[in-house]
Ligand binder design. Sequence first.
Ligand SMILES: NC(=O)c1ccc[n+]([C@@H]2O[C@H](COP(=O)([O-])OP(=O)(O)OC[C@H]3O[C@@H](n4cnc5c(N)ncnc54)[C@H](O)[C@@H]3O)[C@@H](O)[C@H]2O)c1
Length: 261
Amino acid sequence: MAIRRTNSPDLGGKVALITGGARGLGAAAAWAICEAGGAAMLADILVDRGEQTAAELREAGHAARFVRLDVRDEGDWAAAVAATVDAFGSLTILVNNAGIATAATIESLTVADFQAILDINLLGPFRGMQAAIPAMKAAGGGAIVNIASNSTRRVSAITASYAATKAALANITKSAAIHLAQTGANIRVNSVHPGPHATEMLLGDDGKADLPEVKALCDLIPMGRMGHAEEVGAVVAFLASDAASYVTGAEMFVDGGVTPH
Ligand SMILES: NC(=O)c1ccc[n+]([C@@H]2O[C@H](COP(=O)([O-])OP(=O)(O)OC[C@H]3O[C@@H](n4cnc5c(N)ncnc54)[C@H](O)[C@@H]3O)[C@@H](O)[C@H]2O)c1
């Protein structure tokens, strides 16, 4: 049988809502989506930073806007989806990227802290999927990319809460993927699992890459370095595109070989 031409990642005509899009991996996903021809609505609680990132995208000739969204707030979600459709005509890509990290062991973790991180890292994407799916159906289909972590497979003593939220996110991703495939919604759902990446989440606002903890982390990476945010952005753009038309319910690890090691 003849092999048909491979689809290249082309996001022309696609419209993405990207949570945590003000900075870090979310901003990198926005750049990758825009560079592939898509439009991006950045959504974040960091208003000044989000407006700045959207302005930088526009200065580079891309279609980008910012909307304030707290992923804990269902009203914000409804407004962000409506703002995206208003601005760009549809919503076809959701990148659930906003997240926080807390270090806690099974003994030090409090119920309040556990509930707080669950509300953002797990219930945030859940609310987002519920808010976005009707708009995607109205557009004829779409793609959802949930940013999990390689801590779904590689835990440590201090990931009692963080890794649990990410493992649950990967799990609900698969359930959503199966439901949306079986109901013919033409919406794919996948998770991306980054290893350590040089963002403010890991390095702090001052970006100190020379911390001993960070060096120890890098020593565990077969490729010998942390990832660049762009390397996650490229994978998000691929999964969001029709080039990944038969990929749903998948886990894509972007971690320099940590997980299989
Ligand atoms: N950097 C890494 O090494 C790494 C590794 C694995 C997974 N991740 C995941 O990637 C995602 C992005 O991380 P990052 O490294 O870019 O972190 P980051 O802290 O630089 O960015 C996270 C963004 O999410 C936003 N955010 C936080 N709470 C929010 C809320 N309630 N509503 C809306 N926005 C909110 C923040 O304002 C920020 O802009 C996170 O889900 C994180 O868990 C990161």
